[in-house]
Write a protein that binds this ligand. Structure first.
Ligand SMILES: NC(=O)C1=CN([C@@H]2O[C@H](COP(=O)(O)OP(=O)(O)OC[C@H]3O[C@@H](n4cnc5c(N)ncnc54)[C@H](OP(=O)(O)O)[C@@H]3O)[C@@H](O)[C@H]2O)C=CC1
Ligand SMILES: O=C(O)C1=N[C@H](C(=O)O)C[C@H](O)C1
Length: 237
């Protein structure tokens, strides 16, 4: 498979290594300083683009790939206000795969979080809050993964209506505390507190390898696909 890497930072480099080890060719690398090379001509022999850039650049990059009829795998977070526009393009025949977190462990954690929420929902003495910790270079907050976890709680708990990035005492609000520390690859926890005890579930990434492998597996899934896909399609969760 010939892959275009859009974004050649921490994730782009990690993905390159795994993709080459799995026998793929990197046909194009786009970073901040050669953005103009992302065009239909350079994309003509590319099977799939893998996009990990930043919240401001992501949507424009998708549009260029869609115009060139190249399916996109993206893990960039912080651009979700444009999700409906991307889904419209997918309904019209473009191919797009998105995950707020590509690691197998986090996707299992998402399912565990939903199951735990259903179990806790009838017990009014317990209230949930969340914490995410990432490296100091992260641009968005709270993390995309934390938002997905929060949605998993809100969809499965009758009292929670929205998440907020702060500590809230309101019953309908789910608090997310976002911390930035050193080089932490990504740690997410959900805690259910009562007056007498607490239950915490946590996912802690040791490195970016799990995210990068998931993105390459998604890229292997995408060539010639039309529509909108996510980790549930890849992992059959
Ligand atoms: N879904 C998932 O599993 C994961 C998602 N992420 C997300 O992926 C994104 C990238 O993370 P990470 O690799 O750590 O970030 P980095 O900052 O290390 O890398 C981003 C790269 O994109 C480059 N870039 C900026 N603008 C453009 C553009 N217009 N076209 C092409 N490249 C551009 C940057 O260049 P320059 O440095 O010169 O600005 C930089 O090299 C973030 O949104 C992060 O939240 C991260 C890990 C896992
Ligand atoms: O920016 C990061 O590093 C990460 N971003 C993703 C997110 O926002 O959830 C995934 C992972 O936690 C690492």
């Amino acid at each position: 498979m010939r892959i275009a890497l859009i974004g050649y930072g921490k994730m782009g480099k990690e993905i390159e290594q795994i993709a080459r080890n799995r026998g793929h060719e990197i046909g194009l690398i786009i970073d901040q300083d050669n953005q103009k090379d992302l065009n239909a001509d350079q994309l003509k022999d590319i099977d799939v683009a893998i996009e990990f850039t930043n919240p401001e650049s992501a949507y424009g990059n998708y549009q260029i790939c869609f115009e060139a009829k190249v399916p996109v795998v993206s893990g960039t977070t912080g651009w979700l206000d444009k999700m409906d526009l991307v889904k419209e393009k997918c309904n019209a025949g473009d191919g797009f795969f998105y995950a707020s977190n590509f690691s197998l462990g986090v996707n299992l954690f998402f399912e565990l979080n939903k199951k735990l929420t259903k179990l806790m929902a009838p017990f009014e003495e317990y209230n949930a809050d969340m914490e995410e910790i990432h490296h100091i270079h992260k641009l968005d907050s709270p993390s995309g993964t934390a938002i997905t976890l929060a949605e998993g709680i809100i969809d499965n708990h009758p009292k929670k209506d929205k998440w907020i990035e702060a500590t809230s005492m309101k019953e309908d609000e789910l608090s997310i505390l976002a911390k930035r520390h050193g080089a932490v690859p990504g740690t997410h926890s959900v805690t259910w507190h009562s007056e007498v005890d607490e239950i915490t579930i946590q996912h802690l990434a040791y490195s970016r390898k799990g995210f990068a492998l998931g993105a390459v597996l998604a890229a292997e899934f995408m060539p010639k696909k039309e529509g909108f896909f996510g980790m549930k399609d890849l992992l059959n969760l």
